[in-house]
Design a protein around this ligand. Structure first.
Ligand code: MN
Length: 202
C-alpha cells in the first residue's frame, strides 16, 4: 500500500473568494465534499488490498468504479482550489505563455472564454469543464466530464477546471449555473494556469 490520500489545505481563507464564491460554499465544498472523496478513494484501495489478502470478498468492478469516482473527485478538487485566487489576484485576462497559446489556439481570449463558458453551462447533470493541453498536437483543448470519473481522460494534463456540480454553487446561485460560471471568471488564477502549462510544454 502506498500513502493515503489527503485533503490539501485551501491556499487562501474560506471567505477569500467572496463575493463571487461564498464562505459557506467553500467550507462545505472543501471540508465535506472533498473530504468525502478522499475517504472514498482510501476506502476503495483498502478494500482492494483486503480482497488480495483474502480478508474480504468484493465486487471488483464496483470497487474500481468507486475508486475512479472518488479519485477523480480528489484530483479535480485538488486542482480546482489553486486554480482560483481572491479577486484582484485572480480574474481578468490570462498572462504569460498561456495567454499567447490561448490567442493562437482559440483566436483570442474572448473566443476562448466564450467557448469554455458554453462548455461549462452545457455539462449534462453534474460535472466539469476542463482546459487540457494535448502534447501530440501541441494545442489546448476543451472537454466536459460528466460526474468526475477519470476513466476517459486519456492522461492529458489539466490546466484549468471548473466544477459545475450543484454543490459548487447552489447555496449562492440556486439553480442559475450561468450566473455562477460568469462570476467564477473573476477568481480564475491565471498565474497557476500559466505555471501548469509551463510544466507540460517544454
Ligand atoms: Mn465539487
Amino acid at each position: 500500500m502506498g500513502k493515503k490520500y489527503e485533503v490539501p489545505n485551501l491556499p487562501y481563507a474560506y471567505n477569500a473568494l467572496e463575493p463571487y464564491i461564498s464562505e459557506q460554499i467553500m467550507k462545505l465544498h472543501h471540508d465535506k465534499h472533498h473530504v468525502a472523496y478522499v475517504n472514498g478513494a482510501n476506502a476503495a484501495l483498502e478494500k482492494l488490498e483486503k480482497s488480495r489478502n483474502g480478508e474480504m470478498q468484493i465486487d471488483i468492478k464496483a470497487v474500481l468504479r468507486d475508486y475512479s469516482f472518488n479519485f477523480g473527485g480528489h484530483k479535480l478538487h485538488s486542482l480546482f482550489w489553486p486554480n482560483m485566487a481572491p479577486p484582484g489576484k485572480g480574474g481578468g485576462k490570462a498572462g504569460g505563455k498561456i495567454a499567447d497559446k490561448i490567442n493562437s489556439d482559440f483566436g483570442s481570449f474572448d473566443k476562448f472564454k466564450t467557448q469554455f463558458t458554453e462548455a461549462a453551462k452545457t455539462v449534462e447533470g453534474s460535472g466539469w469543464a476542463l482546459l487540457l493541453y494535448d502534447q501530440e498536437s501541441d494545442q489546448l483543448v476543451l472537454t466536459q466530464i460528466e460526474k468526475q470519473n477519470f476513466m476517459h481522460l486519456a492522461g492529458l494534463p489539466i490546466l484549468l477546471g471548473l466544477d459545475v456540480w450543484e454543490h459548487a454553487y447552489y447555496l449562492q446561485y440556486w439553480n442559475d449555473r450561468s450566473k455562477y460560471v460568469e462570476a467564477w471568471w473573476n477568481v480564475v488564477n491565471w498565474d497557476d494556469v500559466d505555471q501548469r502549462f509551463g510544466k507540460e510544454r517544454v
